[in-house]
Design a protein around this ligand. Structure first.
Ligand SMILES: *[C@@H]1O[C@H](CO)[C@@H](O)[C@H](O)[C@H]1NC(C)=O
Ligand SMILES: *[C@@H]1O[C@H](CO)[C@@H](O)[C@H](O)[C@H]1NC(C)=O
Length: 501
């Protein structure tokens, strides 16, 4: 008996050395999600609501883009009806309940509340809609997490120039005041902006996101500058007027891809560091770093390139010392939208001028990485863990709330690709929490249901629930991934059948 145990131990040890030990291989996924760790799912107003001109809603820049330049969207799709969540919100809440979700991250359509963008006309039907949604969530034990701006700028404000116009910071603050006033008694989790990096690119190309204006390396930097100011104004407004009574949290949701140096040369390592600073740091450094302001490398390179291109001032606006102070520290948590990774190496690519050109690197994805239905989205779970660590080291381990993470396919119900994505990414997140000490405080899957995927229309599906867009009643059906996510939420761990070697 004793000898047998010794033999068994020896075999176990040897198998472990060769990486085949069935006991050792399951080490990581035994990690559990911390008690009370909130799980939820996310959507955005233009992508799901429909009701584009109902009950006094004003027109926004995505209504304009899809109606006036339908050729910019796959199949000329639009969000006029989308998932019809404007009428089916009660059903949406039941989907969340079936998942066991702790919270629902949704966004408010600015033009549904303020049809002209300004606060002189408040659309009561818009207020009613969001009140109904919030009350339905709370009645079902689901916490609302509200994004104030998920890309659907009122057209009336675009007519004034949109985000490159610094006056919009003031208008955004006025809009936020309306939201805090009407909903802040029940909403305790606020996100000012979703993915500024992505939506300011609407000022960098006439072919992509609304408003699709072609001023790369100028309009997008001006827009970013306004958005950072607007975010800080709303944070201070909450502090000064609402926080003591409402006791909520205000953050911002920033998106970034991991950049893995193609080689270990100092040049490639520095190139990937610039990738982080130009794409994430440009927003995160002013808000989350101890010194504030844009990252030094961003200021230096844009200034140098601007001069070389004949501009007498930098294409990147500057913050005064007072503004640096005003913006620094204006977030209660770090919202992170994360999907994929790239290899990076030093080099030049992209339009002259442009953010890509200013950042001075070439990015590529590995053809061996698992694909999704989106050209940009390869499945790279280890990048998730590396990104958590980068944020931890760069910004003194802030509370990171994952506000988006998800996978696209063509809408199949047995969505094995999405199940693989979630189980492997969440495993890496658990390692970041338990092995690396990263301060991850919540997680939202993107998306609750299939919806209007911007310029890709309904061609790429991200939902845990399938939506039949050919049926006028837009029926929702749970996919395999919805069942797996429900199991993860319930058991607080990755089910053993998904553990990887
Ligand atoms: C670079 O070095 C790191 C750490 O030693 C290693 O994990 C990585 O595989 C190396 N990358 C390349 C491309 O050699
Ligand atoms: C889903 O597809 C996988 C892989 O083809 C298969 O093993 C599994 O049984 C399927 N699940 C269902 C519920 O059909």
């Amino acid at each position: 008996m004793k000898a047998n145990i010794q033999v068994l131990l020896l075999v176990t040890l040897l198998a472990g050395v060769w990486g085949k030990n069935p006991f050792l291989k399951h080490k990581t996924p035994q990690y559990k999600f911390p008690a009370g760790f909130p799980f939820g799912a996310a959507t955005a107003s233009y992508q799901v609501e429909g009701g584009w001109k109902e009950d006094g809603k004003g027109v926004n820049i995505w209504d304009t883009l899809t109606h006036d330049r339908p050729y910019l969207v796959e199949n000329q799709d639009n969000g006029d009806v989308a998932c019809d969540s404007y009428h089916k919100y009660k059903e949406d809440v039941q989907l969340l309940k079936d998942l066991g979700a702790d919270f629902y991250r949704f966004s408010i359509s600015w033009a549904r509340v303020l049809p002209e963008g300004h606060d002189n006309i408040v659309n009561q039907a818009g207020i009613d809609y969001y009140n109904n949604l919030i009350n339905e969530l709370l009645a079902n034990g689901i916490e609302p997490m509200v994004t104030m701006y998920h890309w659907d700028l009122p057209q009336a404000l675009q007519d004034l120039g949109g985000w490159p116009n610094m006056q919009l910071a003031k208008y955004f603050e006025a809009y936020a005041r309306i939201l805090f006033t009407h909903f802040g008694d029940r909403v305790k989790l606020w996100i000012t902006f979703n993915e500024p990096l992505t939506f300011v690119s609407g000022y960098a190309s006439e072919k992509g996101f609304a408003p699709a204006i072609n001023t790369p390396g100028i309009g997008d930097y001006l827009a970013a500058h306004t958005v950072i100011h607007a975010h800080a104004r709303v944070y201070h407004l909450y502090d000064q007027v609402f926080r003591s009574r409402q006791r909520g949290k205000v953050g911002i949701a920033l998106n970034i891809n991991w950049c893995e140096p193609l080689t270990n040369s100092t040049e490639d390592i520095a190139a990937c560091e610039r990738y982080q600073q130009f794409n994430l740091g440009i927003y995160a450094h002013p808000i989350f770093s101890t010194e504030g302001d844009y990252p030094a490398v961003v200021k230096e390179r844009i200034s140098r390139n601007s001069a070389a291109q004949g501009y007498t001032t930098s294409r990147l606006p500057t913050f005064s010392p007072e503004e640096v102070e005003y913006i620094r520290g204006t977030s209660d948590f770090f919202g992170l939208n994360f999907y994929t990774a790239y290899y990076g190496k030093e080099g030049e690519e992209g339009n002259i001028p442009s953010l890509g050109r200013d950042s001075g690197l070439i990015t590529r994805q590995d053809s061996n990485w698992i694909s999704s239905a989106s050209t940009w989205l390869k499945v790279v779970p280890w990048g998730f863990r590396k990104e958590f660590n980068w944020i931890k080291n760069e910004y003194n381990n802030p509370q990171v709330f994952v506000t988006e993470n998800g996978f696209s396919d063509l809408g199949e119900l047995n969505d094995t690709g999405r199940v693989y994505f979630y189980t492997t990414y969440l495993t890496e997140m658990l390692k970041a929490i338990h092995e690396d000490g990263c301060n991850v405080i919540g997680y939202a899957a993107w998306s609750l249901m299939d919806n209007f995927e911007w310029n890709r229309g309904y061609a790429e599906k991200f939902g845990l629930y399938h939506v039949d867009f050919n049926d006028p009643t837009r029926p929702r059906t749970p996919k395999e991934s919805a069942k797996v996510i429900a199991e993860i939420i319930k058991t607080r761990k990755i089910p053993e059948r998904f553990w990887q070697d």
